[in-house]
Design a protein around this ligand. Structure first.
Ligand code: ALG
Ligand code: ZN
Ligand code: ZN
Length: 314
């Protein structure tokens, strides 16, 4: 990079509750000559099976990101200082036509990535992971997916519909977008439709770290499993905020008891430093069910740790 990155608005000069509504008060993408990482909002929730409202997720995460500071001691990193991060705004997605929505998302992600920027997507419901993976896999080939979620999201159809927030990783597997020898779900828990759900998922090739494993085996063991599974190759990180316990993320559409704490999630994300992360999303933040920005803050900090992981690769 020739010039120093443009960072957030200086909080010692402009109070945090003033200033731009961009993520972390960073510059907009059109205010920088190029970006290493673009934050891209996807206000879309036409794929949900239960509570709606994730279409308002991007704005909520941005609002909760105002207090983030430039230095991340946990990773000894300046995520906005050693790489140019910029906010690419929201894309306009058709809420009434799922096929068109998916095409629009893929197109927007591809256009944003065209200059070499990595994309961190703010959802939106989990349906969006499919078109994002289509774009990423076109350049990288099949990528390992680290899928943090209470749910498998490898179900086949809902009411006969193939494109929903419960099915993106089944479609992506069928389309050859995922390196199924290196992919895993983390945080899985809760009631399923049948025993077959787990078997179908295993046949696809995913490994599973259950939410309970954090307690039974411990963080170090879980992180060891994740790192050895994902090593050596491109990794896409898909974070469904419902991986967190409803106490840590009430603002989401399909909450399940017995989830991770935000501390466990942030520690897990920090453990990815050094891996070749080529893209990421934070999805399923539904602000109408949030209180006191609990979910928004968790999502913003998770995004911050992901940006720090990307900075660590530079
Ligand atoms: N991707 C999320 N958050 N949820 C999928 C759950 C689908 C269901 O209602 O069974
Ligand atoms: Zn989920
Ligand atoms: Zn999900």
């Amino acid at each position: 990079m020739s010039e120093a990155p443009i960072g957030p608005v200086d909080a010692t000069r402009v109070p945090r509750y003033a200033g731009p509504a961009t993520f972390a008060r960073l510059p907009r993408l059109d205010e920088v000559s190029r970006a290493d990482v673009a934050i891209l909002g996807m206000p879309f929730d036409s794929g949900v099976s239960y509570r709606p409202g994730a279409r308002f997720g991007p704005g909520h995460i941005r609002a909760a990101s105002k207090l983030l500071r430039p230095y991340n001691p946990a990773q000894d990193s300046f995520p906005f200082g050693t790489q140019q991060v910029a906010d690419a705004g929201d894309i306009g997605i058709n809420p009434f036509d799922l096929q068109e929505a998916i095409a629009t998302i893929e197109q927007a992600v591809t256009a944003t990535r065209a200059d070499g920027a990595k994309v961190l997507t703010l959802g939106g419901d989990h349906t969006i992971a499919l078109p994002v993976l289509r774009s990423v896999a076109r350049d990288h080939g099949p990528v390992a997916v680290l899928h943090l979620d209470a749910h498998l999201d490898t179900w086949d159809t809902y009411f006969g519909a193939p494109y929903t927030h419960g099915t993106p990783f089944r479609r992506a597997s069928e389309e050859g977008l995922i390196d199924l020898e290196r992919s895993m779900h983390v945080g899985i828990r809760g009631p399923l439709y049948s025993k077959q759900d787990l078997e179908d998922d295993r046949v696809l090739g995913f490994q599973v770290v259950r939410s309970d494993d954090y307690q039974v085996d411990g963080l170090a063991s879980v992180l060891g499993r994740i790192r050895s599974r994902l090593a050596d190759g491109p990794v896409y990180v898909s974070l469904d905020i419902d991986v967190l316990d409803p106490a840590h993320a009430p603002g989401t559409g399909t909450p399940e008891a017995g989830g991770l704490t935000s501390r466990e999630l942030l520690h897990t994300l920090r453990g990815l430093a050094g891996l070749d992360v080529v893209g990421a999303d934070v999805v399923e933040v539904a602000p109408a069910y949030d209180w006191a920005e609990i979910t928004g803050i968790a999502a913003a900090h998770a995004a911050y740790e992901m940006l720090s992981v990307l900075a660590a690769r530079r």
